[in-house]
Design a protein around this ligand. Structure first.
Ligand code: B12
Length: 486
């Protein structure tokens, strides 16, 4: 028996979509699969013991999604609690332990070393986990299992990543209790593709999901909407890095949804690059049920956009907002403030421009989470000694280590970059203002009277709003709370 465990207990809860896909693929391969969802367990510790006692698994496989919350004021790191969960499993079961998930894929080697897991899968888990389970049962070697990391007589061995092409994923979605996640988390994810071929200097997606786009057949995507709709779920968040890349595939997915008789009954949100986006895509998206788009806009200042390697400019940003407005799609722009080269002037230019083009809301994030292997990490390492670089922000001692939450905030923004940004935002209610580190109290974002940041980790206002019936992307729910308070 294969035991799957969800380790992500962050609230509001996001369903472990990876386990839905991986578990269904294993079941379709004839493997008996059981699921323990620690996020939905009343008492996770006793749940682990009861579960392993009852099931006696041959392999315990854990999903690890968030390494940290990527939010500088809290910089919460989830690796120690993963290691603790593994210790607890080891104390009640002799089964080998495997890890997978996007968090795992970003830091696969470091996580194997830190947690002493027996196996890990870097990349897609559907085929790799099934292959691992069969190899263990049949006493076969591991060399041909794509994505596998394993301990071989105290030596960590690693095969190449599992990024299969062409991509086909099960559409059933019934391994996970999606209905409960919908009630407590407000939306359910669906992927239309994997991988990202963009060059944004800070992003870990190409590292974890591969730098090539691997698209799904639009029929498969629509079938998956349908299978979730049958479970009473009608609000979705696409889990692609950027929905509009490639453009033709986005159009094809929208048209396939429009062909289904349930079109009009579903609402969905997505992340998108600012370009390519035009009248055709906007209206196809609207007709397929798109309710809101969160654009990877980063900045409006040409110099910063060049540094981040974003191909869009001011006019593209203005057009994206206008097209959303004309098509009744709500629009969120995300700012990534504080990167290499940022100054008070570049911040001011972005904020002033975003005020002018009038999106529904703007996420004003301050601080770049530095991931190893990215162009940002290389640039920052070139700036000189990391230990003395005033731009490096962290809450741990010892040498700078990007495995732990490590951020970059341009020193030109001074000692309280978030304060400076708040000042420039003023009382403009469409911004989710950044919190200063000093003002941050864990779990207190909901008690501050105003949803003034958009950290979804332990966000009490979101939890309460969803419990009261709110559904949708979190920025859209927070926007509505903010509006009611005005
Ligand atoms: C969509 C998305 C969101 C949506 C989720 C909507 C929804 N209903 O699902 C929203 C906006 C809510 C969101 C929120 C957050 N997100 Co987010 N999100 C994503 C995104 C784009 C897709 C995630 C996803 O579901 N992918 C699809 C699934 C199928 O992929 P997967 O989980 O990787 O699973 C595959 C493999 O990993 C593997 N696998 C998975 N599990 C297992 C288990 C085993 C045993 C095996 C063998 C294999 C395996 O197989 C699966 C199929 O191939 C990713 C970036 C990306 N491109 O992946 C960021 C990402 C996961 N998010 C991230 C973060 C930080 C967050 C937040 C913490 C931000 C915040 N502070 O508010 C919150 C956390 C919310 C929560 N409760 O967990 C980071 C995590 C990185 C890190 N440093 O830890 C990512 C990677 C973005 C980034 N590049 O920084 N997110």
């Amino acid at each position: 028996m294969l035991a799957l465990i969800n380790t992500n207990i962050m609230q509001p809860p996001i369903a472990p979509i990876g386990l839905d896909y991986v578990g269904t693929a294993a079941r379709q391969a004839g493997i008996e699969v059981k699921m323990l969802d620690l996020c939905l367990a009343a008492d996770p510790d006793s749940a682990i013991k009861t579960f392993t006692d009852r099931n006696d698994p041959s392999l315990v496989a854990l999903t690890f999604r968030n390494v940290d919350d990527c939010f500088w004021p809290s910089a919460q790191w989830f690796v120690p609690s993963l290691a603790e969960t593994i210790r607890k499993i080891r104390s009640v079961s002799d089964a080998p332990i495997g890890l997978g998930g996007i968090g795992f894929s970003i830091f696969s080697q470091r996580l194997m070393e830190y947690t002493h897991a027996d196996f890990g899968i870097f990349g897609d888990g559907e085929k790799a986990l099934t292959d691992l389970y069969s190899a263990l049962r049949q006493g076969k070697g591991f060399d041909s299992i794509e994505g596998l990391l394993w301990q071989d007589h105290d030596v960590l061995r690693k095969n190449g990543p599992a990024w299969p092409q062409p991509l086909s994923i099960p559409t059933q979605r019934d391994m996970v209790d999606n209905r409960t996640y919908f009630e407590r988390g407000g939306q359910i994810g669906i992927e239309t593709k994997r991988g990202c071929n963009r060059k944004c200097i800070y992003c870990a997606d190409p590292i974890a999901k591969g730098p090539a786009l691997r698209v799904r057949n639009p029929v498969e995507v629509a079938d998956e909407f349908e299978s979730l709709l049958r479970q009473g779920i009608d609000v979705f968040h696409l889990c692609d890095s950027e929905f509009n890349i490639p453009y033709d595939h986005a159009i094809a997915v929208c048209r396939e949804i429009q062909r289904r008789k349930w079109v009009g009954k579903v609402r969905w949100y997505t992340y998108m690059a600012v370009i390519p986006f035009d009248e055709t895509l906007a209206s196809e998206m609207r007709r397929a049920g798109c309710a809101g788009i969160n654009f990877t806009s980063d900045s409006a200042c040409p110099a910063m956009l060049r540094i981040y390697r974003q191909p869009h400019g001011k006019q593209d940003l203005a057009r994206a907002v206008r097209l959303c407005r004309e098509n009744g799609i709500r629009v969120m722009l995300d700012l990534l403030l504080g990167g290499p080269g940022e100054t008070p002037e570049t911040v001011s230019e972005s904020i002033a421009f975003f005020k002018q083009i009038d999106p529904d809301c703007v996420g004003a994030g301050v601080g770049l989470r530095i991931y190893p292997g990215t162009e940002a990490a290389r640039l920052i390492e070139k700036e000189g000694n990391l230990g003395t670089n005033p731009a490096i922000q962290r809450k741990y001692d010892g040498p700078v280590d990007f495995f732990q939450p490590t951020f970059y905030i341009s020193p030109a923004l001074g000692g309280d970059a978030a304060g400076l940004v708040r000042e420039l935002i003023g009382d403009n209610e469409r911004f989710f203002s950044p919190m200063s580190e000093a003002g941050f109290i864990k779990g207190a974002s909901g008690e501050k009277g105003k949803p003034d940041d958009h950290n979804y980790n332990d966000n009490q206002q979101l939890i309460d709003a969803i419990a009261a019936g709110a559904r949708g992307a979190y920025w859209d729910i927070l926007r509505q709370i903010q509006k009611k308070r005005m």
